[in-house]
Design a protein around this ligand. Sequence first.
Ligand code: DGP
Length: 117
Amino acid sequence: MECIFCKILRKEIPSKEVYSDDLVYAFEDINPVAPVHILIIPRKHIEGLDKLSQEDIPIIGHLLYTAKLIANRLGLDPSSGGGGYRIVSNCGKDAGQSVYHIHFHLIAKRQLGWPPG
Ligand code: DGP
């Protein structure tokens, strides 16, 4: 089966770009659960956190740093008066993973509950 996020990376499916570079791409989630809901994905197809290998460590570090840069750009940093944000990566069916191309959700701009549902 074709990976929907690989299609987004190839621009075969349109997306609302938030950030792009050689390693990662960020875009608005099609089904937002909060006023800010951005997906950050690597250009490399990795199915999920369980499929990460040691060679992917720099990509994931870059991806998380990108999340921080985006959050900063959107004024979400708690250290600068923003309300904060949550980064989530669902791994496997019990966690609710529905797209098997690793991604981090950046969710913000509403009070989030804990524990998650
Ligand atoms: P998860 O359930 O954690 O695997 O998250 C997958 C997310 O991907 C979900 O929040 C909806 C989003 N999504 C699925 N298909 C598309 C799409 O075609 N475009 C966009 N922008 N988001 C999508």
